[in-house]
Design a protein around this ligand. Structure first.
Ligand code: ZN
Length: 300
């Protein structure tokens, strides 16, 4: 008898690793790869199932407060594995069949240090503790990595324009949010994600954040023409809205880099509604709402 996995936990590194180990033990066909290491030397893992070509990429927890996205992605990975094992649909979707055509890779947490700092405080960041303590004594709203760089402002897409906006807004130094660093992809988390994508040829990518129940789909002239249609279908399925970013939300993000580098569709999905960090008690309802979107993300 297989023990069912409990997702009703705060997914710091230790707890999340336990879930990931259980998944690998239950479903040995999951392919585990190392994407890279965080500043605090925490491994960043990717888990893949299904066909090797045409893979969709789901990435969670770019920001410290947004760990709910990690457990959403891990639970969905479990459901997909069960769908393969038992030859069963998820909702009305024959995911076990679709995965033979379009595979899925999930990276549950691209910012393991940021999540750890938000949940367990600066003491969890080793030699970076002093930098964090200088920025804030209270890490309950920490979004950045361990040296105060916001990963989703650090990607090499419209980075210079974003930097001048940061300067205009007096965001000049490492901070718990919105400081993009001194050079694009200066951080091991952002650079290793891009290097990993370069070797994989993903057909599209969904970056999961919280909150707002909305989907961002465009980045300038490189945006593929099918992106808006896909965004509309995904948004309808979860009763989310389709949005275009403004101001400091333009450029520097993983979605933007993926679109401009690969000329393929990429989306930012802002899960949940309320104030970050969304509470664990939101998990069941939001997961239910996201299930069709997560299925369609593979199929489309
Ligand atoms: Zn975010």
């Amino acid at each position: 008898m297989i023990n069912s996995i409990d997702y009703n936990i705060m997914p710091d590194f230790e707890q999340r690793s336990k879930i990931e180990e259980k998944l690998i033990a239950q479903f040995p066909f999951i392919k585990k790869e190392t994407v890279g290491k965080s500043l605090c030397q925490k491994p960043i893992y990717a888990y893949s199932i299904g066909e090797n070509k045409n893979k969709t990429l789901y990435v969670g927890a770019f920001h410290g407060m947004e760990w709910l996205t990690s457990i959403v992605l891990l639970k969905f990975l479990e459901q997909c594995c069960k769908s393969i094992d038992e030859n069963k649909n998820i909702l009305c979707f024959r995911i076990h069949d679709f995965l033979k055509i379009n595979g899925l890779t999930i990276i549950p947490c691209i910012n393991p240090d940021g999540v750890e700092i938000q949940i367990n405080g600066s003491k969890s960041a080793g030699k970076y503790k002093r930098i964090i303590d200088n920025i804030t004594p209270d890490t309950s709203h920490w979004q950045a990595n361990a040296r105060g760089i916001d990963l989703n402002h650090n990607f090499n897409a419209g980075w210079k324009q974003l930097k001048s906006l940061e300067i205009k807004n007096r965001i000049l130094y490492p901070s718990q949010t919105r400081y993009g660093g001194r050079a694009p992809e200066s951080e091991p988390e952002s650079s290793s994600l891009i290097n990993y994508c370069k070797t994989k040829g993903f057909s599209k990518a969904l970056a999961f954040h919280s909150q707002g129940r909305e989907i961002y789909w465009d980045f300038g002239n490189s945006t593929p023409k099918e992106s808006l249609l896909i965004a509309n279908i995904l948004a309808d399925s979860a009763k989310y809205k389709v949005s275009s970013p403004e101001g400091l939300a333009v450029g520097g993000g993983f979605k933007d880099r993926f679109i401009s580098l690969f000329k393929k569709p990429a989306f930012t999905v802002e899960i949940g509604l309320g104030k970050n960090p969304l509470p664990l008690s939101d998990f069941d309802e939001e997961y239910k709402r996201l299930m069709p979107l997560l299925c369609l993300g593979i199929i489309l």
